[in-house]
Design a protein. Sequence first.
Length: 137
Amino acid sequence: MTDTVDRDTRSRMMSGIRGKDTAPERAVRSGLHRRGLRFRLNVSGLPGRPDIVLSRWNAVVFVHGCFWHRHAGCRFSYTPKSRVAFWRQKFRENVVRDRRVVKELTADGWNVHMLWTCEITPARIARLAKAIRGKRS
């Protein structure tokens, strides 16, 4: 399939895609902050650079995009029709890395929480905050 936009336009569009400080992450951070939880962002010293780190509660939060991290059964977790082998390999590596990172963090004593972007609602964020407070180490 050929691209419908020229190279410069595509480059500008792709440069706007960010791996951190996304709208779903900001929504989760805002909800946690509103509930009195304080945290650090994208701590590079931890495996997987968790999106949100709540040291006081030994908790980390990953806000996973359904497409990139393969949310099972989600309508946003589809495989593109072009370059199927490339995408399957890419997604497989993402899932393997996610599992490895969760194991490493858990072994280090962290409580790992994952939110899928399709599930981010005020009620879900409230449950997350309650779970974080309930698992203090």
